[in-house]
Every structure is written in C-alpha cells, then in structure tokens.
Ligand binder design. Structure first.
Ligand code: KG4
Ligand code: ZN
Length: 315
C-alpha cells in the first residue's frame, strides 16, 4: 500500500531524524552534508525522504548527496572493512570483487573492478530472492516480512526432504529466476495439504506435525535459493579471478546463505565481506557510508534544486 507507506514516512521522518541526531550526539550545525536515497523504490515514499532532505538543505545551506539505494547495499559491507574512507587505494587489495546484492526488490550480481568502477553481471528476470521468501511465507500463513520467519522455521526442518528446482543454476549467464521455484512450492503445498494438516489427529500432535512439515518446506525452499545464489556467485568469482566476495541486501541476513558463502570462500581462498545482520536490511548507515565513498571519490554535492526522486533508478 504505497500511499499508506508514504503517510507513515511523513509521520515518522522528523522524529526519526531528531532521534538520530540526538543519539549520535550531533546537531544540524555539526553536519556537513545531507545524504538521501533518491531511488529505486516506491515513488510516494521516496518523495517524502527527498522533499524532507531538500527542505533541510534549503533551511541549513548544507549540500545534498543523492544516493542510489542499491549502491547503498553494494557499499554496506565496506563499513566493516576499514574506517579509512579517505583513499580508495586502501581497498586495492580487495579487487576484483564479486558482490551479490539480494533484497526484497532486487537480486543483482556485480563485478567491482575497484571502489568506483563496477558493472552488473546479471540480475533476476522475475522475482527477487527476498520477494520469493516473502511469497512462500504468505503461502504458509507466516507474517511479513517472510524472510526471517521462513529462515527461523527452516532451522527446525530438513532441507533434503523436498527436492525443489534450482532455477537457472547451470545457465551460462549470471541471471536469476525465482518465480518457478515459488510456483513449485505452491504446487507442493496444494498437493500435500492433507498430509501437512491431517483432518482429525489429536490436537497437539496435529499441530506438531503441521509445524514439522512446514519446517521441511521452509528448509528445502531456502536450500534451493541458497544453492542457486552461491553457485552463480562462485562461478563469477572464478571467472573474474576475484580476490573477494561481498554479500548485501536484506536476504544477506539469512544465516544459511552467510554460512554457505563463508565455507566456499575459504575453499576458494577469497576474502568474504558481509554487514552485521542488523545492517543488511534497509538502513540509513549504508546511505551515509555510500555518500562518504562518493565524496571521497570525486562526487560533487549538488544544489537541492537538482535533486529528484527516481523510482526506476538503476545501479
Ligand atoms: O534490502 P531490504 O531490507 O529491502 C529492499 O531493498 O527490498 O530487503 C528486505 C527483504 C525482504 O524480502 C525480507 O523477507 C528479506 O529481505 N529478509 C530475509 C531475511 N531477513 C530479511 N530473507 C531471508 N532470510 C532472512 N533472515
Ligand atoms: Zn534495500
């Protein structure tokens, strides 16, 4: 509900900014720049942030740095690599880097040649990985956002019980597709609904059995997603002789995905970077951090008059 989301943004943006300043012991006077997400995303919500930033810029005279939301995810793992933002040479030894961005709206594989030169190797041709998690959660009557819920249930399940498809895992390109996998889960649940929810068992055993089979569906689905993401990322790392791999976006909080990449990076002898779990899902730190990288790499801040929200902004 984009309108409701935008109204919530209007209600919260000022108290959130005030709280952020207070908890970091800053005031508007000590701030040098105003970084704001300009896209991609839902236009009404983007506009609230952008117009608020413009008003702040007009009132304080502080210049604006417009940040691409996906660049925010891309740079988010760098927050833990080094606090030396001033020279890009301090990161030289990490490149080439293969970066996997997995969020609710995007699944993108990126090749970073250095800190500011990167190209998209591939992306999803239909649903994003996070979107597939959310939709499968909905099928299982789990609350939104579904990713953390599915992942929690998957911990109690067996990933080998159901052999869900691994779409495009052997394709030579770096694109992804998760819509077919989502449909496979839907058909599985339709065909096994009687087994999953027996009609007249003793109530407590019935609930346990239902939870067990839900857990197996979650574990098997999650494993299918993780297998595809990891296989393509590793193949890109081998092809481009990457020195490191990074993982970001909301789905990067998924423990199974993090673990499988950590193990494989060790085998491949490449470094692995991922933000802490609470900074994988959307947050302001990654936008501020990206703005710092932009500034230190030659970006010139712009007047508020030139800033506009762009829902379709690409990486
Ligand atoms: O990056 P993000 O916060 O927002 C977008 O830019 O889309 O990603 C949100 C997505 C949601 O689809 C959510 O279900 C998923 O990240 N997510 C997870 C986990 N935590 C969040 N997916 C799988 N496992 C998780 N632990
Ligand atoms: Zn995001």
């Amino acid at each position: 509900m984009p309108e409701a989301a935008a109204r919530a943004h209007v209600r919260y943006i000022r108290p959130v900014v005030e709280k952020a300043l207070a908890t970091s012991h800053c005031s508007l006077a000590t701030i040098d720049y105003i970084a704001v997400t300009v896209g991609p995303g839902l236009l009404p919500s983007l506009m609230v942030g952008v117009e608020f930033a413009k008003a702040l810029s007009f009132a304080t005279g502080k210049p604006i740095i417009p940040v691409n939301h996906m660049a925010g995810h891309l740079y988010s793992p760098f927050g833990r690599i080094s606090s030396k933002l001033s020279s890009s040479s301090s990161f030289k030894h990490l490149f080439p880097m293969v970066s996997l961005i997995v969020s609710g709206g995007h699944t993108i594989l990126v090749l970073m040649k250095d800190i500011k030169n990167y190209k998209v190797l591939g992306q999803t041709i239909d649903d994003a990985a996070g979107e597939a998690f959310d939709k499968v959660a909905k099928m299982l009557n789990l609350p939104y956002p579904g990713g953390p819920e599915v992942s929690r249930l998957a911990d109690d399940g067996n990933p080998k019980v159901i052999n869900f498809p691994r779409p495009m895992i052997n394709h030579k390109n770096y694109n992804f597709s998760f819509s077919g996998l989502k449909t496979a889960v839907l058909y599985y649940l339709r065909d096994h609904s009687k087994q999953a929810t027996p009609t007249s068992p003793p109530p407590s055993r019935g609930r346990n059995k239902e939870r067990e089979s839900k857990a197996d569906v979650c574990a098997s689905f999650q494993q299918a997603v993780v297998d595809v993401l990891v296989a393509k990322t590793l193949r890109a790392a081998r092809e481009y002789k990457a020195r490191s791999i990074s993982l970001s976006g909301g789905v990067a909080a998924n423990e199974a995905l993090r673990k499988q990449l950590i193990v494989n990076c060790k085998l491949l002898k490449v470094k692995f970077f991922v933000p802490p779990k609470n900074l994988c899902t959307d947050n302001a730190e990654m936008i501020g951090l990206t703005a710092c990288f932009m500034l230190h790499n030659g970006f010139k801040p712009v007047s508020f008059k030139k800033i506009k929200a762009n829902p379709n902004l690409s990486l």
